[in-house]
Design a protein around this ligand. Structure first.
Ligand SMILES: NC(=O)c1ccc[n+]([C@@H]2O[C@H](COP(=O)([O-])OP(=O)(O)OC[C@H]3O[C@@H](n4cnc5c(N)ncnc54)[C@H](O)[C@@H]3O)[C@@H](O)[C@H]2O)c1
Length: 377
């Protein structure tokens, strides 16, 4: 049984640890989280036997006292790189939440790890579940079989229908998230670049904020707002003291852009056009891509659960997709499987190098949008 340490046991890491434990090969043995009482309360309420877990208030203290078989980093975004550095320098197999970093300095720190600890960095699972979904695996297979010829162009979209969290919850602080390319596009540019198998060269990004802005005082919460009976985006979900979920989406301190687009040129001459928005709701939600070659086009969308192969010189084929239960269209279960590889000393399919490439692309998109110029990768 692999004894795991969780650095930051919030919502996301709890779900990942549950999946890892469900494999029957892992057990949560250690937790480092400054919010120790709250974490104990939440875990006990969720039915976990916390008497078997050793709790620490810091990762430093945990690493001084314990030798886990693997480390899972699930803090908020801005701390991922710091704890990845700590775990990899100690040689631990690592499950690392995305984005792997939110700043250029942290990117440089991770790039140093790739050079200094190349073997350890291959025993990292970066949390990119879309990579492992049936749709992406099928596109990879069909491209390898030559169904569309060489990929000549890619279009991708992400219309996030559940995005109010990026304005109501802690994610509204863009110093913490690094902005929404690092939140969402990090997944899309990862799986697309992986399928394409080419190196990014030149990046253009643009963002705008058209809806989730306004003059409400900083710190306004829905529960106290004079407009709470009429506001279309009022929420009664107050969350907890640690995680207030009802920050005003129209306040002066509402962070994050609400749409963003990027164009990425690759060294094989192909370019990707990608667009994401956080304004769409309910049935307007979409996420998917079109891979276009001389011989055919493959298009899929996770939200609408379809996949089509257009043979440019033949018929249209609707490809059956099994509707996968579980987080991220079934991708989360596969992430857990991937991390078992790392725990048994093998290389994973979604390594630190992949996480770094994606974060760097998103930082380039962000910088391009701020500086209003193309950025070289
Ligand atoms: N891969 C995915 O698809 C996916 C999905 C959801 C969230 N995420 C990522 O997961 C991360 C966590 O998100 P969440 O919603 O679970 O947040 P959360 O706030 O619920 O959890 C973060 C936890 O980290 C703890 N923490 C804070 N500072 C710490 C420190 N110095 N040392 C140790 N622990 C510390 C907090 O107390 C909290 O328990 C985010 O970076 C988010 O982007 C990824």
């Amino acid at each position: 049984m692999y004894k795991l340490a969780a650095i930051g046991l919030g919502q996301r890491m709890t779900s990942i640890i549950n999946l890892l434990e469900r494999t029957g090969k892992c057990v949560l043995a250690y937790v480092a989280d400054p919010r120790i009482d709250g974490v104990k309360e939440e875990q006990a309420a969720a039915g976990r036997d916390i008497s078997k877990i050793k709790f620490y208030t810091s990762a430093e203290e945990l690493f001084e006292n314990e030798k886990p078989d693997g480390v899972c980093v699930g803090t908020r975004c801005s701390l991922h790189a710091k704890y990845a550095d700590m775990a990899l320098r100690k040689g631990y197999p690592l499950f690392l939440e995305k984005p792997v970093c939110t700043t250029r300095d942290d990117l440089a720190m991770l790039e140093r790890l790739l050079v200094e600890f190349p073997e350890e960095c291959k025993k990292v699972t970066v949390s990119f579940p879309l990579r492992f979904t049936e749709q992406v695996l099928k596109v990879k297979q069909m491209v390898a079989e030559g169904k569309i010829g060489e990929i000549a162009h890619i279009q991708a979209w992400c219309n996030v229908s559940y995005a109010l969290g990026y304005y109501h919850k802690w994610y509204r602080d863009d110093k913490e998230t690094g902005g929404l390319f690092l939140q969402k596009a990090t997944h899309d540019v990862d799986y697309i670049t992986d399928i394409l198998g080419a190196k990014p060269t030149l990046i253009c990004g643009m963002t705008s904020k058209q809806v989730f802005k306004g003059d409400k005082p900083a710190g306004t919460l829905c529960r106290n707002c004079p407009d709470k009976d009429t506001c279309i985006d009022f929420t009664s979900d107050q969350g907890t003291d640690y995680r207030p979920n009802d920050g005003c989406v129209f306040a002066k301190d509402t962070g994050n852009e609400d749409s963003g687009s990027g164009i990425i040129m690759y060294d094989n001459g192909v370019h990707l056009a990608y667009s994401q928005d956080f304004i769409s709701r309910r049935s307007a939600g979409k996420r998917g891509a079109r891979f276009i070659g001389h011989l055919g086009t493959i298009e899929f969308d996770w939200e609408e659960n379809y996949m089509i192969y257009h043979d440019h010189y033949g018929e249209r084929h609707d490809i059956q997709i099994s509707s996968k239960s579980g987080g991220h269209f079934g991708g989360d279960d596969m992430l857990a499987e991937d991390f078992l590889k790392a725990l048994s000393g093998k290389e994973t399919r979604c390594t630190l190098a992949d996480g770094v490439r994606s974060a760097k692309l998103c930082l380039c998109l962000k910088e391009s949008s701020i500086e209003k110029r193309f950025i070289e990768y």
